[in-house]
Design a protein around this ligand. Structure first.
Ligand SMILES: Cc1cc2nc3c(=O)[nH]c(=O)nc-3n(C[C@H](O)[C@H](O)[C@H](O)COP(=O)(O)OP(=O)(O)OC[C@H]3O[C@@H](n4cnc5c(N)ncnc54)[C@H](O)[C@@H]3O)c2cc1C
Length: 403
């Protein structure tokens, strides 16, 4: 089995901005990630997408350790931490360090679906949120549609609800929905006569079907699906919040989600960085270790500072949420686009630094396996999902120049 490289975070990063409460949790996350996730990570990252690959047992194990509860108040069945957003974001970094696919799947479950449910009634929390935190139910979150992902204005949605006898009837289609085919319910954004609404839809409802999982460049362990709604009857109790609240609920859940895409980017960048440092310290060319060449020294010095920046950015975004600002737009968009871009840049450098081994999944000669090609493939989606990086720059630009 592959060995984990030395963690350079220990040497290079000073934890002073991270709450002590979060640092304590990070130890537990890391122990889980190294002991339980790492032995499975190669398989999760490499196997072609299939429903049976969904690592339900790992979700169960995380739930048993209370990890999904860190993002929730005591009132909602959570841990009641002082810094729930920090705890969630660091969880994503630690998982992504070992397996970005797994981190994506976990984020969709406990942050996107879960945080949406936290705006729901006592009934919704009891029926869906509590079992989600225990991983008795798996959740998914559906905004994106075949014709549009960036433009989720209510008038652009093709997934529509109408009222029938006090309940809702939903028809339409969603695309790229993480976990959908293995989930028990979908927190779904719909248009109800031009008003955005968030409905919890049981995947077993009559008329609700999902495609096979998509086959993707990367994040193969994060299963995505189309969802088809054909006159699906949804009880009125399954409306989250009020009619017209849909987009606001999505954006609030996405504040947690985006911060965690930033932190997942940091996890991937840190992993690619650590793999590269370990490799360059060993590999020789022209009679010396490649780490002696100034080209790589300068490049890694720059990346070390960028990782420091990216980690501080996501922590700042999380702290803003934890200090009572539910919509820290500049911080969360900045953390998301900076962290995700850095992971792509660092992964490309890591592949280059590894030479031919940078392309290897498994070397036929001795069946040794390698990590950096997986990070190269997995990092790309961070620049696309939960609002593409262009959209995040637009959001920040609005704060500069106005709408
Ligand atoms: C692995 C994966 C998992 C996903 N999981 C989920 C999920 O669980 N739930 C969910 O709802 N969605 C999910 N998505 C969807 C994801 O959020 C969307 O793909 C993303 O929002 C982009 O939308 P799009 O693909 O429709 O691209 P489009 O909106 O069609 O955009 C195409 C390109 O045009 C650019 N663009 C669009 N508008 C502008 C503009 N005004 N100015 C400049 N450039 C612009 C975009 O940045 C992008 O580069 C997932 C996607 C993937 C790949």
């Amino acid at each position: 089995m592959r060995q984990l490289p030395e963690r350079m975070q220990e040497t290079l990063y000073d934890d002073r901005f991270i709450p002590a409460e979060t640092i304590k949790l990070r130890k537990k996350y890391r122990a889980f990630a190294e002991k339980e996730l790492f032995p499975r990570a190669y398989e999760i990252g490499q196997k072609r997408e299939a429903n049976e690959n969904f690592p339900r047992d790992l979700f169960k194990s995380m739930a048993k350790k209370g990890f999904f509860k860190v993002a929730y108040s005591k009132k909602d069945g959570g841990t009641g931490l002082k810094y729930p957003a920090c705890a969630s974001a660091v969880l994503a970094e630690e998982m992504a360090y070992i397996s970005a696919s797994f981190a994506g799947s976990v984020n969709a479950h406990f942050l996107l679906a879960g945080r949406s449910l936290s705006f729901g009634s006592a009934f919704i929390k009891k029926k869906y949120l509590k079992p989600l935190l225990d991983s008795e139910l798996i959740g998914s979150f559906a905004m994106t549609e075949p014709q549009s992902g960036s433009d989720v204005r209510t008038e652009s949605l093709i997934t529509k609800a109408r009222k029938k006898g006090g309940n809702y009837v939903v028809s339409g289609q969603k695309r790229y929905i993480t976990n959908a085919g293995v989930s028990d319910f979908i927190a779904t954004l719909v248009s109800l006569n031009g008003k955005s609404c968030m409905l919890v839809i049981d995947t077993k409802s009559k008329g609700c079907t999902t495609s096979e999982p998509d086959k993707k460049l990367g994040n193969r362990g994060e299963l995505t699906y189309d969802i088809y709604f054909d006159n699906v009857s949804v009880p009125k109790e399954n409306l989250i919040g009020k009619e017209g609240d849909g987009l606001r609920i999505c954006v609030a859940a996405l504040m947690y989600g985006r911060t965690s895409i930033g932190s997942s980017g940091v996890g991937m960048a840190q992993s690619a960085f650590d793999e590269t440092v370990a490799f360059l310290k060993e590999r020789e060319a022209f009679g010396q270790k490649i780490s002696r060449f100034q080209h790589w020294q300068f490049l890694l010095a720059e990346r070390a500072v960028e990782i420091e920046n990216a980690r501080n950015l996501y922590i700042k975004s999380a702290l803003a949420i934890d200090n009572g600002n539910p919509f820290p737009v500049v911080e969360s968009s900045g953390a998301k686009f900076y962290g995700s871009k850095l992971s792509v840049d660092m992964a490309r450098d890591a592949v280059q630094a590894h030479g031919g081994l940078g392309l290897m999944v498994e070397l036929a000669h001795d069946e040794s396996t390698y990590k950096v090609e997986e990070i190269y493939r997995d990092s790309k989606v961070g620049e696309i999902y939960e609002g593409s990086n262009e959209i995040h720059k637009m959001v920040i630009a609005r704060e500069i120049f106005g709408k």
